[in-house]
Design a protein around this ligand. Structure first.
Ligand code: S3P
Length: 452
């Protein structure tokens, strides 16, 4: 259990850095590479625990994976979706909900038996949301405790029956699972999404030749297309950049440029919300590639006002709520987050984890059933907090520690590697080195290796 002490920052932060690569795109690029004929070269791949899980699972389906972490590159070689085969072992997704939910849609169309499991946190996360709609395809699928949880079993079928489904929860993971399953359909399938969530799967499938159309709220998937491998250069991850953006906004005199950031509007809810409250965040050199907007952003320290976030905006900033909560403790007024009940079934119960930790540091927060009410600005004091084994809680607490009046100790920080293994290196790059690893962790081992 790695522990870190965060000493409050005493200097301005600044820099010009590349955004860490995007995890959501990396999962999808690898999976779509597996469905395409030829060699898919993925550049700027996010090498983190979650995406390693995806690569290992794809290998078990018969795909050749060559990972080159030093070059940020992965090569996926496949003979197309018909060549994928029954896995010879249990598919272990580790901590990755995206791997589990997305790959299940692919596996539904592979004849034979697949068993999927993961770590303790994954085995507590709701799976009925994919099991119920996938049953409409004729695949045999079920899970532990009356289909609620992993381990899951699937007996795939070919072809799958086409289906109509309305998403009850605005979840890109559920939507993507169904998009993949629809590719194996005997006819077109229709997926209705009343509230928009990230649309990377749709964009990437179109980029390899998929016939995916959208009319109003309905996504139409026309199966039967052969996908041809193409190279992908992936944008940076706004969900990781969020921590660097937050710390720059919070620390007086700071300014930062973050380059190559994914700016798809289904992901930029945090930027939109903060810009409305007076945050100085300016995108520049914005361009679009395979339907995905990307560019650089310049951020400057800003005095923040409170904000309100409602249900419709949640999917566009779902992973940023913990760090937005830290920002809200420093914003002037009462910030209100509603319609965020989904956060209770993420890697941890994020509404509880973030409010408990911030309250322990002196914040004023009311936790509601589906949100938070946060009053600010409040000076945070030092103390001891826990990550709850959740990478985004751990990194949010590091940022809280930087602005606190006294050191903050955070337990169980190894989980940061789940999405952002270079987090501490990037903090150093922008001028903050006041972290002390109190126990042996994969992070100080990484530092020792670099120094050697
Ligand atoms: C993700 C979608 C979101 C997000 C997760 C990654 C994805 O989950 O929280 O970290 O890559 O599709 P939901 O779509 O289930 O809300």
């Amino acid at each position: 259990m790695g522990k870190v002490r965060i000493i409050p920052v005493s200097v301005k932060l600044s820099g010009d850095i590349f955004c860490p690569p995007d995890k959501s795109f990396s999962h999808r690029a690898a999976m779509i590479g597996a469905l395409s004929s030829g060699e898919t070269i993925i550049q700027n791949f996010s090498f983190c625990q979650d995406t390693w899980s995806t690569l290992h699972c794809l290998e078990l389906l018969g795909v050749k994976v060559q990972a080159l972490p030093n070059q940020g590159m992965v090569r996926i070689s496949s003979s197309g979706k018909e060549s994928l085969s029954e896995p010879s072992d249990v598919l272990d997704v580790g901590n990755s909900g995206t791997t589990l939910r997305l790959i299940t849609g692919i596996i539904a169309g592979i004849q034979g038996l697949s068993i999927l499991t993961g770590d303790q946190s994954i085995r507590r996360r709701p799976m009925k949301r994919i099991i119920d709609p996938l049953r409409k395809t004729g695949a045999v699928i079920g899970g532990r405790d009356r289909d609620q949880y992993a381990p899951l079993y699937i007996i795939g079928k070919k072809p799958l029956q086409a289906f109509h489904h309305t998403l009850e929860i605005p979840s890109a993971q559920v939507k993507s699972c169904l998009l993949f399953a629809a590719l194996w359909g005997d006819n077109p399938s229709f997926i209705k999404e009343p509230i928009l969530s990230r649309n990377h799967t749709e964009n990437m499938l179109q980029a390899v030749g998929g016939d995916i159309r959208k009319q109003n709220e309905v996504i139409q998937v026309y199966p039967g297309k052969e996908f041809v491998a193409r190279p992908f250069h992936l944008p940076g991850d706004i969900s990781s950049a969020a921590f660097l953006i937050a710390v720059t906004l919070l620390i007086s005199g700071s300014h930062l440029i973050i380059r190559n950031l994914g700016l798809n509007p289904t992901r930029t809810g945090m930027l939109d919300c903060l810009q409305k409250t007076g945050a100085k965040i300016n995108p520049f050199d914005v361009r679009e590639e395979w339907g995905e907007r990307q560019g650089h952003i310049a951020i400057e320290h800003s005095v923040l006002n409170s904000f309100e976030i409602g249900q419709e905006e949640i999917p566009s900033l779902i992973d940023e709520i913990p760090i937005l909560s830290v920002l809200a403790t420093q914003a002037h007024g009462r910030s209100i987050i509603r319609g965020a009940g989904e956060l209770r079934v993420k890697e941890s119960d994020r509404l509880h984890a973030i409010s408990k930790n911030l309250i322990d540091l002196g914040a004023q927060i009311d936790e509601t059933e589906d949100g938070l009410i946060i009053s600010g600005p409040v000076r945070l004091k030092g103390g001891k907090v826990k990550s709850y084994g959740d990478h985004r809680i751990a990194m949010s607490m590091v940022i809280a520690g930087l602005i606190a009046d006294a050191p903050v100790e955070i337990e169980d920080i190894e989980c940061i590697s789940i999405s952002y293994p270079n987090f501490f290196q990037d903090l150093q790059k922008i001028g903050y080195g006041g972290f002390q690893f109190l126990t042996d962790t994969s992070f100080n081992n990484a530092y020792n290796r670099e120094e050697a």
